[in-house]
Write a protein that binds this ligand. Structure first.
Ligand code: NAD
Ligand code: MG
Length: 331
């Protein structure tokens, strides 16, 4: 499938010049989007809970805070930069009842729309602008005249201008300087969940722990196991990030490379791939979403128990000790 990629010249920031933009949430993404949009000349109001600790932070950044329902009432574009599990309740109670006709709802991740947790009326535009990086990077690169690549998608185009709005917003936060890739809510949601489960968070941490446990169970020192199976992943990942697997293989020894290409496929074998396909199937047919939504409704009993067990794993104790020897690492 070929991709549409857009740049600065394809985006018309002027489309936002008369728009009142309401950013809901002032965390990682919210703060970065709000500040970048304001510096791009947009009119931004930050919607906060009355009890939120962020009122002074928003003012200190030179922006205008307002209580959520009040911010929504005036807004042409409402950006959901709240934690995903919090979005449906905020939508129901504070956004939907105050929505201006012709407003645009904007998301930075497709979960709630894709799995039907938020169902906007047909007369509003529903778009996604999702930077492929954390908020801090979105802000830092913007200040340096660069930007983080963004994904855009359109779920509802009531106005006929939804995609143009998404492109303008992507330019406003600096993303069009790097490039804007067009996708769909389904593709963004499913690939994002799969990546974090099978590879980035789930797969990688399980791989590192399994390697650590194998060495420790064979009688090697936990300190050695930690360095070899966990600490050094950063060096490898940095090389891959900069120049792909090819660059990583230029920088490791021939012995390491030979072990890599002959043993790697035995570790991540057809059984692992079959499990990955099953995990993808659970994402696509909504089983994962249902589990996570119900888990939240039950106040996260499994989430809390499993995380507590993870925190008690020996890698954490050994790791803390070794990292304290490396004062240059900032936690
Ligand atoms: P975050 O947890 O950093 O910030 C959320 C903010 O919302 C906080 O300021 C919190 O105080 C506030 N908040 C929580 N509940 C609220 C409520 N009921 N009413 C009002 N405010 C409330 O979240 P984030 O990481 O910035 O994620 C926001 C969105 O961006 C999510 O949809 C996420 O999937 C998406 N996203 C995040 C990243 C990332 O790297 N962090 C990248 C791309 C997309
Ligand atoms: Mg993710």
């Amino acid at each position: 499938m070929s991709l549409n990629i857009y740049y600065q010249k394809d985006c018309d920031l002027n489309l936002l010049s008369n728009a009142a933009i309401c950013v809901l949430g002032y965390g990682s993404q919210g703060r970065a989007h709000a500040r970048n949009l304001a510096d791009s000349g947009c009119r931004v109001v930050v919607g906060l809970r009355e009890a939120s600790g962020s009122w002074e932070l928003v003012k200190g950044d030179g922006l205008e805070p307002a209580e959520v329902s009040q911010a929504v009432r005036q807004a042409d574009i409402i950006c959901f930069l709240l934690p995903d599990p919090a979005q449906p309740a905020v939508y129901e109670s504070l956004v939907a009842p105050n929505l201006k006709p012709g407003a645009t709802l904007l998301f930075a991740h497709g979960f709630n729309l894709h799995y039907g947790q938020i169902s906007p009326p047909p007369e509003v535009d529903v778009i996604m602008v999702a930077p492929k990086g954390p908020g801090k990077l979105v802000r830092d690169l913007y200040e340096q005249g660069q930007g983080v690549p963004c994904l855009i998608a359109v779920a509802q185009d009531a106005s006929g201008r939804a995609k143009q709005t998404a492109l303008a917003y992507a330019a406003g936060i600096g993303g069009a300087r790097a490039g804007v890739i067009e996708t769909t809510f389904a593709e963004e949601t499913e690939t994002d969940l799969f990546g974090e489960q099978a590879v980035l968070c789930g797969g990688l941490s399980a791989l590192m722990k399994a390697g650590f446990e194998t060495l420790v169970e064979a009688g090697y020192a936990p300190e050695m196991a930690y360095f070899e199976c966990i600490h050094e992943t950063k060096l490898i990942v940095d090389l891959i990030y900069q120049g792909g697997l090819k660059k990583m293989r230029r920088f490791v020894s021939d012995t390491a490379k030979f072990g890599d290409i002959t043993r790697g496929p035995r570790v991540v074998d057809e059984y692992v791939k079959e499990e990955m396909r099953e995990i993808l199937a659970e994402i696509k047919d909504g089983r994962f979403a249902r589990e996570w939504i119900l888990e939240n409704q039950a106040n996260r009993p499994m989430y809390n128990a499993l995380l507590r067990a993870e925190e008690a794993h020996p890698v954490e104790e050994v790791g803390a000790r070794l990292r304290s020897m490396m004062g240059w690492l900032d936690d």
